[in-house]
Design a protein around this ligand. Structure first.
Ligand SMILES: Cc1cc2nc3c(=O)[nH]c(=O)nc-3n(C[C@H](O)[C@H](O)[C@H](O)COP(=O)(O)OP(=O)(O)OC[C@H]3O[C@@H](n4cnc5c(N)ncnc54)[C@H](O)[C@@H]3O)c2cc1C
Length: 387
């Protein structure tokens, strides 16, 4: 099969190799057990702490590894090609960390980033509400300044890492009457405390064993110094500022699922025989394998392009959206094609391909649904090619 087009800078390659070894030796043997039991993998989290994954993209100045987006994407592909779910434990955590590093005050960076880099404080992203996902400006959670605290009331849903994590980057309305709506939105660094309620872990089709929960806030108090960046009304723009890295992450998770599914299909197609020959020798199976490999290689190339631009500090909204679209669709398509190649055995939990299939679809929904992303891509194309 075609090997990765993505290669880390030499000094970071060692870390990528270490993560790959860990994923093969430690993650692969336990993935099915945790997934089927829908049980949180505490021992895996401890191993990820030791590896330094919780500080992967946090600057060395704040105790992290300071990896490039390019290297980071490669790590995510490796982990997701074995088991996608654990990549979610450090991904949303690092999106929170990157928002603090990008938009936080120096005091906020010093207070949170070293603890986040070690994994002592594990974070999440608290944006979605029961009535508002794609249309985030429609959120209803409010934060009212009273003295030196914000008093928060409202509900969030689908918040990953919120049961076992220690806090969330919480999108709120500090001015619910503002027009345009986004000018009344702020982000709070919300540590768990009285009034921050985790109401229940949601039962999910895939992405199991990772905690995704509903939250409610009842007169929950957040110190004013935890307003991200110290200025109200910037929350929507700060959220949008993290989308490029978030989309590169999700693209890498999708590409990882696709690559993992392809590897399993390649092996099975050589082991299984039908009509006197290995099934790969039937043209219908060859067509599937060829399409899968082409999708994986294409998605990786787009991820590489977007990550390279991101690392250079250049605009990459179009490229990150294309990478996310291609990576997530590759995950969904390749896991489905692999199911077909496995035939009836694809339905057995003994063969883990069904997990890839269940996990893949989420990548088409998170960090902007693929419908929204197609609109982003089209608008950018017009903007960059105006006549
Ligand atoms: C397992 C899981 C984990 C998650 N983790 C988190 C998390 O950690 N933090 C968090 O904040 N959120 C999280 N989410 C929420 C996720 O980000 C949202 O589900 C996603 O943004 C879509 O929002 P929605 O579900 O409200 O769908 P909606 O916005 O209601 O969309 C429904 C459909 O309408 C389409 N649609 C909506 N608006 C438009 C438009 N303008 N043009 C074209 N089509 C449109 C969408 O593409 C989609 O097909 C998670 C979700 C899941 C399932």
């Amino acid at each position: 099969m075609t090997e990765a087009t993505m290669e880390a800078p030499v000094d970071q390659q060692e870390f990528v190799d270490a993560v790959e070894n860990w994923a093969e030796k430690e993650l692969r043997p336990v993935a099915r057990k945790y997934d089927l039991a829908d049980e949180y993998p505490h021992d895996v989290v401890e191993q990820m702490k030791e590896l330094g994954l919780f500080g992967a993209t946090i600057s060395e100045e704040y105790g992290g590894l300071g990896l490039s987006a390019w290297t980071y994407a490669q790590i995510v592909v490796k982990v997701a090609s074995v088991w996608m779910a654990p990549s979610g434990i450090f991904n949303s955590h690092l999106i929170m960390a990157s928002a603090i590093e990008r938009a936080g005050t120096e005091e906020q960076k010093r207070e949170y980033l070293p603890r986040m880099a070690s994994g002592e404080f594990r974070g999440s992203i608290g944006l979605t509400e029961p009535n508002a996902g794609s249309d985030l400006q429609a959120i209803r959670t409010t934060a009212k300044l009273e003295g030196d605290h914000y008093v928060v009331n409202g509900n969030k849903t689908w918040i990953t890492n919120s049961l076992h994590g220690h806090g969330t980057l919480l999108l709120v309305k500090t001015d619910p009457t503002a027009q345009p709506r986004h000018k009344g939105m702020s982000l709070l660094i919300a540590e768990k405390g009285p009034g921050f309620n985790v109401d229940g872990k949601l039962k999910k089709m895939g992405y199991r064993s990772i905690d995704t929960c509903q939250l409610s806030f009842d007169d929950y108090k957040v110190p004013q110094r935890n307003l991200l960046g110290g200025v109200e009304g910037k929350g929507f723009v700060q959220t949008a500022g993290g989308l490029e890295l978030g989309r590169i992450n999700v693209a890498a998770r999708g590409a990882g699922i696709a690559e993992g599914a392809l590897k399993m299909a390649l092996r099975y197609a050589q082991e299984r025989t039908a009509f006197g020959k290995a099934i790969w020798e039937h043209q219908a199976v060859q067509l599937k394998l060829a399409d899968m490999a082409t999708q994986v290689a294409g998605a990786k190339r787009l991820i590489e392009d977007a990550a390279r631009l991101y690392d250079r500090g250049e605009r990459c909204d179009l490229e990150a959206a294309m990478a996310k679209l291609a990576g997530s669709e590759a995950g969904a398509e390749c896991s489905q094609q692999a199911m077909r190649i496995f035939g009836g055995y694809s339905y057995s939990v003994e063969y883990e391909i069904e997990r890839y299939y269940r996990d893949a679809m989420l990548m088409c929904i998170g960090e902007g649904t693929n419908e929204i992303l197609r609109q982003v891509i089209a608008k950018q194309l017009i903007e960059r090619n105006r006549i």
